[in-house]
Design a protein around this ligand. Structure first.
Ligand code: HEC
Ligand code: HEC
Ligand code: HEC
Ligand code: HEC
Ligand code: HEC
Ligand code: HEC
Ligand code: HEC
Ligand code: HEC
Length: 344
């Protein structure tokens, strides 16, 4: 609903930017040549010779907050050596008309979704390619500028910027503007409280699967927990931790898969789309019984039962079937659960 509304709003207003100065079309081949000649970030420096460009200091003459939106923060951003017009296109006509109504200037956020990352692709083409394969892109749910404010130190859309800013919070607040459930749980986790991980430690917003490593074979968690210091440096240590019946076989049966026990789904239906628990705390089987007594239906899964692929009586091919809707099954599992989870 929200992304759709934003998309429609953007499409409605983008018609304005068709009124470009007439010489812009003449300049187009020059721009294509310039872009073609540049490969990486370094080659993308501002070329002041391009027609219709007036230079950043002219933009700042108005965009200092007095007569136009304040962009002075740009001088602290990672993009400060790039001219405004690299992303916004030549500004001559915009300036000549006094900027009124924000006319005659490109604004990537007002382009149709599929073209919003074009300005970024000039320099971050691999990142844009990766992003284009994510669910965010496919669902037109979030584009670069939903997560990034490129005019800002640190480059994130939300949270406090600057050296005093907390990067973990800035990233969590940015994601949290759309993913409230996961973010609130994450902020309660040891990961956030001790300040050892952010959303971006596990999720790469510029990779097709949106993970920094594979959650199936445990490498997602073991990229940190696989150290001797955190205990899981050998398969034997994982085996010790996951107790009886869960010998190491993460990619196969999933019996020793960190995510299955530590991030169980919180609802029985629609598990592939979550929500999955982001506190990282395991959820004991008796908790399902308590919630059942409180009248919460369908009964929420726990770290053992009610999870497709683990102990779920309703899904063929799961491990030994125990029904999360049956209090006796949950009480039985609770006894086994209590023998699991010792740190090596
Ligand atoms: C003469 C003053 C002036 C100058 C110089 C100026 N702008 Fe603006 N600009 C404005 C005003 C005023 C607005 C806001 C209009 C509004 O909010 O309705 C604006 C709006 C914008 C917007 C938002 C457009 C949108 O879609 O809402 C962008 C982007 C922008 N300017 C970029 C630039 C760039 C890049 C330069 C330099 C090439 C520049 N401006 C120079 C006055 C100026
Ligand atoms: C790296 C690319 C990039 C550069 C460089 C850049 N911008 Fe932007 N700008 C964007 C994008 C993307 C948006 C739309 C998302 C947003 O609002 O942040 C935008 C939005 C804006 C807006 C409208 C947002 C608002 O707060 O009203 C203004 C005004 C603006 N830019 C001015 C400038 C000025 C002035 C400069 C140079 C000092 C500049 N930009 C440099 C990419 C860029
Ligand atoms: C003209 C080249 C150019 C364009 C166009 C460009 N960038 Fe960048 N970007 C850079 C450079 C250079 C850096 C700094 C890299 C470094 O410091 O290692 C950077 C850094 C970043 C960072 C890291 C910010 C930080 O503070 O660490 C983000 C995020 C980013 N860019 C996003 C974008 C987005 C989104 C767009 C499109 C709206 C965009 N960039 C367009 C050149 C560009
Ligand atoms: C869903 C949110 C999200 C979207 C969408 C997104 N990013 Fe990012 N991006 C992040 C986060 C979070 C980081 C910070 C990672 C860190 O600091 O560890 C980041 C970091 C970056 C960086 C700096 C680090 C690096 O990988 O070089 C660049 C450049 C960047 N993003 C560009 C882009 C561009 C271009 C797009 C659009 C094609 C985009 N991002 C879309 C969340 C997002
Ligand atoms: C502007 C809103 C918005 C922002 C900001 C945002 N997301 Fe999303 N995200 C969505 C929507 C909407 C979906 C669901 C898309 C669908 O499945 O249709 C989604 C889906 C996801 C998924 C599931 C992907 C899948 O393949 O099932 C993950 C993981 C995710 N987002 C992580 C993040 C992270 C991490 C951040 C911050 C770096 C972030 N998102 C920022 C809107 C957003
Ligand atoms: C970026 C590194 C990193 C990643 C990735 C990571 N962790 Fe952690 N995790 C840590 C560190 C460091 C600690 C120890 C924090 C402390 O000192 O209490 C920790 C603590 C924990 C704790 C104890 C939390 C508490 O509340 O006391 C659990 C449980 C946990 N991690 C599970 C996981 C799982 C499951 C995954 C994979 C889905 C994972 N972690 C991925 C670094 C990481
Ligand atoms: C320690 C690793 C880790 C961290 C940190 C983490 N996630 Fe996740 N996230 C995962 C895993 C693993 C899944 C997939 C769970 C599954 O499908 O079994 C996931 C799934 C998701 C999904 C898809 C819906 C769902 O709940 O299954 C969203 C959205 C999401 N995460 C957002 C976030 C946001 C926002 C943050 C930061 C506030 C964050 N994640 C931090 C590991 C992590
Ligand atoms: C079969 C289920 C299961 C699997 C698989 C599993 N764990 Fe655990 N884990 C537990 C239980 C149960 C606890 C104890 C929770 C408690 O005491 O509240 C625990 C505790 C922990 C703790 C300590 C938390 C604290 O509060 O001190 C960490 C860290 C941890 N697990 C990491 C991992 C990692 C990393 C993996 C994957 C290699 C993993 N676990 C796989 C069930 C599991």
């Amino acid at each position: 609903m929200l992304p759709l509304m934003r998309y429609l709003a953007g499409a409605g207003r983008s018609s304005r930017i068709r009124f470009r100065p007439r010489f812009f079309s003449l300049a187009a081949p020059v721009l294509v040549l310039a872009a073609g000649a540049t490969g990486g970030i370094e080659g993308c420096a501002f070329n002041p010779g391009q027609p219709g460009q007036v230079g950043t200091s002219t933009c700042m003459g108005c965009h200092d907050g007095r007569s136009a939106p304040d962009m002075r923060r740009f001088h602290d951003s990672a993009h400060r050596r790039i001219s405004c017009e690299t992303c916004h296109g030549p500004g001559y006509e915009h300036v000549r008309t006094g900027g009124r109504g924000g006319l005659f200037i490109d604004n990537p956020a007002r382009e149709p979704f599929a073209r919003q990352a074009d300005a970024c692709a000039q320099c971050h083409s691999a990142t844009v390619d990766g992003f284009n394969r994510t669910t965010h892109a496919a669902a037109q749910a979030a584009s670069c500028h939903d997560c990034h404010d490129v005019h800002r130190e640190g480059g994130m859309r939300r949270g406090r910027g600057g050296p005093a800013g907390n990067r973990i919070e800035a990233i969590a607040e940015t994601c949290g503007s759309c993913h409230g459930v996961q973010t609130a749980q994450f902020m309660d986790s040891g990961h956030a409280q001790v300040g050892v991980a952010t959303c971006a430690s596990c999720h790469d917003a510029h990779r097709a699967d949106m993970f920094t490593a594979d959650p199936i074979d445990n490498s997602l968690c073991l990229q940190c927990h696989g150290s001797r210091f955190l205990g899981f440096d050998t398969a034997a240590n994982v085996d010790f931790h996951t107790g009886p019946f869960h010998s190491v076989d993460p990619a196969g049966s999933g019996a020793s898969r960190c995510v299955a026990c530590h991030m169980p789904p919180l609802e029985q239906a629609g598990q592939p789309h979550g929500p999955h628990d982001h506190t990282m705390m395991t959820f004991p089987p008796e908790a399902s019984n308590q919630l059942m007594e409180e009248g919460i239906l369908p009964v929420p899964p726990n770290s053992c039962a009610g999870i497709a692929g683990c102990h779920d009586a309703t899904v063929p091919g799961s491990g030994a079937p125990y029904d999360v809707n049956d209090p006796r099954d949950n009480r039985f599992l609770q006894e086994i659960y209590e023998t699991i989870g010792e740190l090596p």
